[in-house]
Design a protein around this ligand. Structure first.
Ligand SMILES: Nc1nc2c(ncn2[C@@H]2O[C@H](COP(=O)(O)OP(=O)(O)OP(=O)(O)O)[C@@H](O)[C@H]2O)c(=O)[nH]1
Ligand SMILES: [Mg+2]
Length: 280
């Protein structure tokens, strides 16, 4: 199996830039993907946060995650972090709450120093929704947004009002993805470039996960009765059941593996969370 790692030059450069900007930063909003609140936590970002920073954790894409699991994660995160918000940037849910927390901070600063500009750094892994969140906070299409990783390549400030600046940053990962389950989750949620991974390795991991955590949804989606089989056999069963066959009527495994990944990414199994607190 191919070892998954993705740490292009612009990420190393971004980390350097972020370090330089830390002394002028007041608030760090760390975005975590609600489907993978543990796997989307970048250990490098942890090292950037200093005592003087107001650290906010924002769970993004809550509309794509399993609601019950998100509630568990919120409770868990609130045990160790003072400020945790749940966000759906597409619908604007939680955005007002985040803005009012930042405004409160900025108002306090303003009262101390009349012309103070509170700097809010929005950071996190690629494709977690940093630029989209800024667009929602700013009520403007200030940043380019796309459902693929590595869209933002440079940090960019946006003056929200006279007293607050939002800073969009390029998504960063860490140099070595030692935990390959984490790497696969990052790839499935599109935080790792598609060309880095092989469909078969992602589909194999996903299939095992669905068998364990969402067996009924897997059965329903592919009209299967028995899923207690080796993944290779199961992929064949899925291909037959869904009529994904080659010209010679043999199972088209390539199509089946691609489809499995896409079905997860397009929520065709319903809302799914890949990280569990019990796995910590
Ligand atoms: N469903 C859903 N999609 C979201 C949410 N927030 C962002 N997105 C989508 O996720 C994709 C990535 O969003 P971006 O804002 O470009 O992500 P980013 O973190 O800036 O990514 P990089 O610049 O590559 O680091 C886009 O298609 C967004 O529309 C959300 O809360 N829910
Ligand atoms: Mg971006």
């Amino acid at each position: 199996m191919k070892h998954i790692n993705w740490f292009p030059g612009h990420m190393a450069k971004t980390i350097k830039t972020l370090k330089q900007q830390l002394s002028q930063t007041d608030i760090i909003v760390e975005l975590l993907d609600a489907r993978i609140p543990f796997s989307s936590r970048n250990p490098i970002i942890d090292t950037l946060i200093q005592e003087k920073h107001f650290h906010i954790i924002a769970l993004t894409k809550t509309d794509l995650a399993d609601e019950t699991i998100t509630k568990e994660w919120l409770t868990h995160l609130k045990k160790s972090h003072k400020t945790v918000v749940a966000i759906n940037s597409l619908k604007g849910k939680g955005v007002k709450q985040l803005l009012s927390i930042c405004k409160q901070f900025s108002d306090t600063k303003k009262a101390q120093k009349r012309f103070y500009i509170t700097k809010v750094m929005i950071c996190g892994i690629p494709n977690v929704g940093k630029s989209e969140l800024i667009n929602k906070l700013a009520k403007k299409k200030a940043n380019q947004v796309q459902n693929k990783p590595g869209v933002t390549k440079k940090t960019k400030g946006f003056l929200l009002d006279l007293h607050m600046e939002l800073i969009d940053t390029p998504g960063i990962l860490w140099p070595k993805l030692d935990n390959q389950a984490t790497a696969k989750k990052l790839a499935l949620t599109k935080s790792i470039k598609e060309t880095i991974t092989e469909d078969s390795q992602l589909a194999d991991w996903l299939l095992s996960f669905l068998k364990d955590y969402y067996p009924d949804r897997l059965k329903t989606r592919y009209k299967l009765n028995d899923i207690n089989k080796h993944n290779d056999i199961l992929i064949e069963d899925i291909s037959y059941s869904m009529k994904w066959l080659t010209k010679n009527n043999t199972p088209n495994e390539e199509k089946a593996t691609r489809q499995l990944i896409e079905d997860f990414q397009k929520q065709r199994f319903g809302l799914i969370s890949l990280d569990r607190i019990s796995q910590l």
